[in-house]
Design a protein. Structure first.
Ligand code: ADP
Ligand code: ADP
Ligand code: SF4
Length: 602
């Protein structure tokens, strides 16, 4: 067995603990050698993986959960690709990036997807685990001889590959980019495709705008468009669909397929929206392991079976179980709306609102929401969702019609989440300010919310140290912990992996059912939207010009309405029951359209 010990330096605080990890280590106590000691500068502990016996005592002793130790088979060592440093994350194997098809990559957050993108795009030279004395390319290539990715690495090593990357976090791009959309795209346009690409991705109308004024979705489309216009040999898209609505997701996916020919250029996409990843990819590779500790790249699978194996939690070619339990989405289109014996929490008649200054008009059809219900909202940005909610909260007065039951007790999670949206420095203080129960381990709320989202392990951390996914989980937790009648969550899935998306969806349902309150969830991952909501409300029209908010309906009717507008049909996977987008013009696509059954026909 090989030991991999990881010490998270952001958590390990020797000046704030009694160093029980070092005192209680049986190797330290009984032998001349030490397994764990303080680093030379005294700032963190260091574990010697050769002398450590992997008993796990220090892991339990550490009050900050800073230590992880796993025992892995020795055979794996020869596949070591990269290690960031002593007691840091270790990556085994690289996904099989080859010509001939788009490679989709799925995996938990912290499993090494971005590290992989950095290595394959030439931003990070793999050190084969030898961080102290990094190998040269000859040695690296010898290590990959006989693997699928060998041909790719040879080209990368001899400098004959040009790569283009859409980075994961768009917020960082917002801070560094300057100028108008047109200026930025003209600079990126090495293929002379500016006009065609912006038409396809739907940003031709915002060419004059300054990049700092763009919404999350607009910025995402700008970044993807810029990458598509680059004249590269290998293209990488790290989570290209966050902040996009369903129509935009499909557009961006088809733009990638239209403007990149995977038999001539390498294309890799990392994404957690399984329905769209399934639609855009030809092959799937899974990154599995233990988040933050180690990651292993799987062999390539066909797209359908790859997603199914991931959900099942078992990879047959590797003969490895990657998760104890399969992920089962409750994908049912049966009418789940509750019987309205209880008084509604929200009820509105037909509403009409116009903003003379911008010329935007919104028409809302009547509807109601009951205690314990989740209302899913589907629709693009700028279509009037916030205006509708503001009318329910009595902040904006409708020009015509009436809100019959409204509330101003709305707890809101905005779409974009950054450290600045939080009022306090630490995770704990933010949770406590929302509800004392959220930080009291004896309560139901702590168990259901703080512990289930894994926030109990990072209570003392400063929000500035959190990753995008961790910030998202904290924002969802703080929103749900507050006392409110209606919980409004705008895209709670952004930057979360599949497992985290499911935990968040379950949590929203439990809190709403338990507190007998209502939630309104704007969510564009259709698998998740289907899973979390009881009713669906579709916003249609022309963003920025006119919005029509349709009456809340059951899921099948709502999804059918939306998909019909998008001219997309969705079938069930016959093995797992999960929804899959039909290829446009395929037999099933034509057949479902002819029957008007756009979503999961029986
Ligand atoms: P993913 O993209 O799958 O979420 P990443 O590749 O970003 O995963 O990160 C995998 C692990 O590597 C994480 O635990 C992260 O903290 C760690 N890591 C990433 N970059 C560095 C770095 N420069 N130094 C040390 N550790 C890093
Ligand atoms: P969404 O929440 O779906 O993104 P909003 O309700 O925020 O949509 O906005 C819909 C449209 O109304 C946008 O074009 C926006 O610019 C416009 N709008 C929103 N609030 C005002 C206002 N107070 N005055 C003028 N126009 C507004
Ligand atoms: Fe020591 Fe056990 Fe921790 Fe290894 S796992 S450093 S042997 S306490």
């Amino acid at each position: 067995m090989t030991r991999v010990a990881v010490i998270d330096r952001a958590f390990c605080k020797p000046d704030k603990c009694s160093l029980e990890c070092i005192r209680f280590c049986p190797v330290n106590r009984s032998r001349k050698v030490k397994a764990i000691e303080l680093s030379a500068d005294g700032k963190h502990a260091v574990i010697n993986e050769n002398t450590c016996i992997g008993c796990g005592i220090c892991v339990k002793k550490c009050p900050f959960n800073a230590i992880s130790i796993v025992n892995l088979p020795d055979e794996l060592e020869k596949f070591t690709v990269h290690r960031y440093g002593e007691n840091m994350f270790k990556l085994y194997g690289l996904p099989p990036l080859t010509l001939g098809g788009i490679l989709g990559v799925i995996g938990r957050n912290g499993s090494g997807k971005t590290t992989t993108v950095k290595i394959l795009s030439g931003q990070l030279k793999p050190n084969l685990g030898n961080y102290a004395n990094p190998p040269d390319w000859d040695k690296i290539l010898r290590a990959f001889r006989g693997t699928e990715v060998n041909a790719y690495l040879q080209k990368l090593a001899n400098g004959s590959l040009k790569t283009a990357v859409k980075p994961q976090y768009i917020e960082a791009a917002r801070r560094v980019l300057k100028g108008s959309v047109r200026e930025l795209l003209e600079k990126a346009d090495e293929r002379g495709l500016l006009k065609e690409v912006v038409e396809k991705t739907g940003i031709s109308g915002i060419m004059g705008r300054d990049v700092r004024e763009l919404s999350g979705g607009e910025l995402q489309k700008l970044l993807v468009s810029a990458v598509l216009m680059k004249n590269a040999d290998a293209y990488f898209f790290d989570e290209p669909f966050s902040y996009l609505d369903v129509r935009e997701r499909v557009r961006v996916a088809s733009a990638i397929r239209e403007f990149l020919n995977p038999s001539k250029v390498y294309v890799m996409i990392v994404e957690h929206d399984l329905m769209i990843l399934d639609y855009v990819s030809d092959y799937i590779a899974v990154l599995y392991g233990e988040p933050g500790v180690y990651g292993i790249a799987s062999k390539p699978y066909g797209v359908r079976s790859g997603v199914n194996f991931y959900l099942e939690g078992y990879l047959p070619a590797e003969n490895i179980r990657i998760r104890k339990e399969p992920i089962r989405f409750r994908i049912s289109v049966a009418d789940r709306s509750k019987h309205p014996e209880e008084y509604p929490i929200l009820k509105w008649g037909n509403l009409w609102k116009a903003y003379p200054s911008s010329g935007f008009k919104l028409i809302v059809e009547e509807g109601e929401v009951h205690p314990g219900e989740v209302l899913g909202i589907l629709g693009p940005n700028g279509i009037g969702k916030s205006t509708f909610i503001s009318m329910l909260a009595n902040v904006v007065k409708p020009d015509k019609g009436e809100v019959l039951v409204g509330t101003d007790k709305i707890s809101y999670k905005p779409q974009e989440v950054s450290p600045s949206i939080f009022g306090f420095e630490t995770v704990k203080d933010n949770l406590a300010s929302a509800s004392k129960d959220a930080v009291d381990p004896t309560t139901w709320l702590y168990d259901e919310l703080t512990r289930r989202l894994g926030l109990n392990k990072m209570l003392d951390r400063n929000v500035r140290e959190l990753s995008g996914g961790e910030l998202q989980k904290l924002a969802v937790a703080v929103t749900l912990a507050r006392d409110a009648d209606v919980y409004l969550l705008d895209e709670p899935s952004a930057y979360l992996d599949v497992e985290e998306r499911i935990s968040v969806a379950r949590l929203i349902r439990r809190i709403v059912e338990e507190k007998r309150k209502a939630a309104i969830v704007v969510e564009h991952d259709l698998l998740l939207q289907n899973y979390v909501s009881d009713k669906i409300m579709v916003f249609t029209g022309r963003p920025g010009v006119e919005g029509v908010a349709l009456k809340p309906t059951d899921i099948r009717t709502g999804f059918n309405n939306l998909l019909k507008q998008l001219d997309i049909t969705v079938r069930r996977d016959h093995e797992t029951g999960r929804p899959r987008i039909n290829k446009p013009g395929s037999y099933l696509d034509r057949e479902q359209k002819s029957r008007g059954e756009y979503y999961l026909p029986d």
